[in-house]
Design a protein around this ligand. Structure first.
Ligand code: C2E
Ligand code: CA
Ligand code: CA
Ligand code: CA
Length: 277
């Protein structure tokens, strides 16, 4: 028994070592990833519940590592944040997305894109000016870019975050609270920030059609949000039953695999052409 325990222990340690080595390799290779074009953005549509039309796309980062293959953003974004590489990724992402919006415009598509900010972007008081420069460089209007920030990232340093978000909203950008419902802040706290929209976390939406509690939570979030003049988005809409429920609850926008999975930029125009509300 003792030897079996040791074996299990070794296996555990070995697993940890492997995990640790992978993390070190990923951190080491982040810079290369930017230089070697291993990163790209995938775009997932949001639909307006009332009109059925596409109102926006969310930009989601993708990394295909030359030897490790696809690395999920939930893994490498966190690593980049903890290793001090996130500013580099965000910078690349902002330039890349603005250029893409510009390219779509040249193809006759006036699209709006929401990007995800990381904790350090939210407190980066130089961000508004950087975005302003990108806007004039690519000739974009403020309605073409929106921002998603998480509650925990904002509350972590609420004064600096408020300053940045205020400046961004004065530029005309809409701000959405991502993963809403997973943090601990109240709507009253959130309402003190210059935010326009709540994005209900997919953990409350995925099984909306079968879980009574989720339905209750989502219903009251929509009601309270609307009372505070906030728009409501539901992410993780995977079937028509959930979509129908959400539309009956007057959720403003829907996003999820039921509408479309995130797709590469060059698939967006064709997808839009085939999309029927
Ligand atoms: P998020 O911002 O909450 O994005 C939603 C995630 O849910 C995305 O995962 C999306 O692909 C996935 N999703 C969308 N619809 C459905 C659905 O119907 N069902 C299910 N099961 N999942 C759905 P993804 O692309 O793997 O991104 C994970 C997280 O990584 C994002 O969560 C975001 O926090 C972060 N992330 C992605 N791109 C960026 C970026 O450019 N910058 C920053 N800072 N974070 C990013
Ligand atoms: Ca998001
Ligand atoms: Ca989310
Ligand atoms: Ca998230």
């Amino acid at each position: 028994k003792a030897s079996r325990q040791r074996l299990n222990h070794e296996r555990y340690v070995e697993g940890q070592d492997e995990q640790h080595l992978r993390q070190l390799a990923l951190i080491r290779d982040l810079q290369e990833a930017v230089n070697n074009n291993e990163l790209w953005m995938a775009y997932q549509p949001k639909v307006d519940t009332r009109t059925g039309e596409v109102c926006q796309f969310e930009a989601l980062m993708r990394w295909r590592h030359p030897t490790l293959g696809f690395v999920p953003p939930d893994e490498f974004i966190g690593l980049a944040e903890r290793s001090g590489n996130i500013a580099m990724l965000s910078q690349w992402m902002l330039g890349h997305v603005c250029q893409q919006i510009h390219l779509w415009k040249a193809q006759g598509q006036h699209l709006s894109v929401a990007i995800n900010l990381s904790a350090s972007d939210v407190t980066d008081t130089a961000l508004p000016e950087r975005l302003n420069k990108l806007f004039s460089h690519y000739n974009l209007t403020p309605d073409q870019l929106a921002l998603e920030v998480t509650e925990s990232d904002v509350m972590h340093d609420v004064d600096a975050a408020t300053e940045t978000l205020l400046a961004l909203s004065q530029l005309g950008l809409k701000i959405s609270v991502d993963d809403y419902g997973t943090g601990y802040s109240s709507l009253a706290q959130i309402k003190r920030l210059p935010v326009d929209e709540l994005k209900i976390d997919k953990s409350f939406v995925l099984k909306l059609d079968t879980q009574e509690e989720d339905l209750t939570i989502v219903r009251s979030t929509i009601e309270m949000g609307h009372n505070l003049d906030l728009k409501i988005v539901a992410e993780g809409v995977e079937n028509s039953a959930s979509a129908e429920l959400l539309s009956r609850l007057h959720c403003d926008y829907l996003q999820g695999y039921w509408i479309a999975k995130p797709m590469p930029a060059d698939a967006v125009t064709a997808w839009l052409t085939g999309f029927k509300p």
